[in-house]
Write a protein that binds this ligand. Structure first.
Ligand code: PGA
Length: 257
């Protein structure tokens, strides 16, 4: 945790769920958040489910995000979705540069940076993902890879996203080899790389960088969340598999307290 920064627990639902299943999961998260939690909550369904989930969660403390957006505000881009459309549908956040998009769709740091600019211009808070592969970690290059991704993926406006989202952009450190594998880095390794990210953010964005949220992602579960979330400069989690089970997602949020 970073003193004075409220944690964020974000669920990345990836390519899962029917309309009914997305609604049921969102409803269960909303109901579980009644009475207050020690973290802000965000769920990120597929594009198809953003509007329905946002309508269901309107007026609740659970925010809705998307998993990607296009870098253009509109235009001839078959199959893509623009940031202003997501904002209009009720999203407040968007995950960008997830390693699955970098791998499946060839997204580069420059692509991610352009998308983050588009998101901020539309009033969406970007959550920019960075993280090394296992080969990069074994070669001792994890920190260098993450620093290069940060330098290339974050637009200058990352420190101050426009209203209504407000505040600054968010970073998610997700080691590629920890995603969906049940494996996580050691607590010391997580603390070290989050410390490096904090130093980079502070060097580039000053005081705003000191307060930006840095999430950890990769096999976060109820059983390991408390220890991970207690580490310095870990300001929440980006949760994949465990976010598809409302009880597990809520248990992770409670572990932030
Ligand atoms: P996981 O995914 O929690 O299933 O490892 C995290 C992510 O990819 O955001």
């Amino acid at each position: 945790m970073t003193p004075g920064v409220r944690p964020l627990i974000a669920g990345n639902w990836k390519m899962h769920g029917t309309v009914a299943e997305a609604a049921a999961l969102a409803g269960a998260v909303r109901d579980g958040a009644v009475g207050g939690l020690p973290a802000d909550l965000l769920v990120c369904p597929t594009f198809l489910h953003v509007a329905g989930v946002a309508a269901l969660l309107a007026g609740s403390p659970v925010a809705v995000g998307a998993q990607d957006c296009h870098a253009a505000a509109k235009g001839a881009h078959t199959g893509d979705v623009a940031a202003p459309m997501l904002r209009d549908a009720g999203a407040t956040h968007v995950i960008l540069g997830h390693s699955e998009r970098r791998a499946d769709h060839g997204e580069t740091d420059a692509t991610v940076r352009a998308k983050a600019e588009a998101a901020a211009a539309a009033g969406l808070t970007p959550i920019v993902c960075v993280g090394e592969t296992e080969a990069e970690r074994l070669a001792g290059r994890a920190e260098a890879v993450v620093e290069a991704q940060l330098a290339g993926s974050l637009p200058d406006g990352f420190a101050g996203v426009v209203a209504p989202a407000g505040g600054a952009g968010i970073i998610a450190y997700e080691p590629v080899w920890a995603i969906g594998t049940g494996r996580t880095p050691t607590e010391a390794d997580i603390a070290a790389i989050h410390g490096t990210i904090r130093a980079r953010l502070a060097a580039r964005f000053g005081a705003a960088g000191q307060g930006m949220r840095i999430l950890y992602g990769g096999s976060m579960k109820p059983g390991n969340a408390r220890a991970i979330l207690a580490l310095p400069n870990v300001d929440g989690g980006l949760v994949g598999g465990a976010s598809l089970v409302a009880a597990d997602f809520l248990a992770i949020a409670r572990a932030a307290g």
